[in-house]
Ligand binder design. Structure first.
Ligand code: DX5
Ligand code: ZN
Length: 220
């Protein structure tokens, strides 16, 4: 099932509640929350207190993308703060299988995020422990970057790897997606699509979310 996950990174932080309502009205079901530590990525964003407040403000699915070093130290805390989905980077976690299991045990869906420069083969052993894979189609750190075109082939490769193991792991894609390429990423295997600037950038989040969902569901 296709789901649109607007990224709050491009929302107005002084009026998050209104910006959340706006995308829900446009048909979005998942809220993508980009957590950056200024170490794993060259940017600092938001953390646990904001997630706690978001949890009180909405019943939409909260999806925390942890772009932080040593994510095993914090992943469970994000679940306790109210996240329904938590992803940690394969490049950042030495004990990835343990972290994924801990996220699941705390009652959330566990995801593995993967950078554009990391091969799909790096996921082979952890696929059975992940509920979803967050495939990055830009290098993480900032909104508004251009989609890396080799991501279509990578999506297909990931889809095959998941099928080969007989799993039903969902694929989420993140970075540089708008109404012009959303159908193509869905066709290549993505099911949950993150979009920041395409949804919030032009000041009409409800209409932009709707437009993206319409463009994507051509394939469903
Ligand atoms: C990038 C973040 C993304 C970002 C996407 O590091 O992980 O979620 O907000 O923004 P757009 O859709 O503008 O590329
Ligand atoms: Zn993200």
């Amino acid at each position: 099932m296709f789901e649109l996950a607007p990224s709050l990174l491009s929302a107005d932080f002084t009026r998050l509640k209104e910006d959340i309502e706006a995308v829900r009205e446009g048909g979005a079901t998942v809220l993508h929350v980009d957590v950056m530590d200024g170490h794993f990525v060259p940017n600092i964003t938001i953390g646990l207190p904001v997630v706690k407040s978001l949890r009180k403000a909405t019943d939409m699915v909260i999806d925390c993308h942890l772009m932080i070093s040593e994510p095993d130290r914090y992943a469970v805390q994000f679940v306790k703060a109210g996240a329904d989905m938590v992803s940690v980077h394969v490049e950042a976690d030495v004990h990835l299988q343990r972290t994924l299991t801990a996220i699941r045990e705390e009652g959330a869906r566990a995801g593995v995020a993967i950078n554009p420069g990391t091969p799909v083969s790096a996921l082979e052993e952890v696929l059975p422990f992940a509920d979803f894979i967050l495939l990055m189609s830009v290098n993480p750190g900032f909104g508004g970057q251009s989609f890396i075109e080799t991501s279509y082939a990578k999506l297909k490769k990931l889809r095959s790897a998941i099928e080969e193991q007989g799993l039903s792991t969902r694929i989420e894609i993140d970075g540089g997606i708008d109404a012009t390429n959303v159908a193509k990423v869905v066709e290549a295997g993505a099911e949950i699509v993150v979009a920041g600037s395409a949804v919030y950038g032009d000041g009409t989040p409800t209409a932009s979310a709707r437009e993206m969902i319409e463009a994507a569901t051509v394939w469903v």
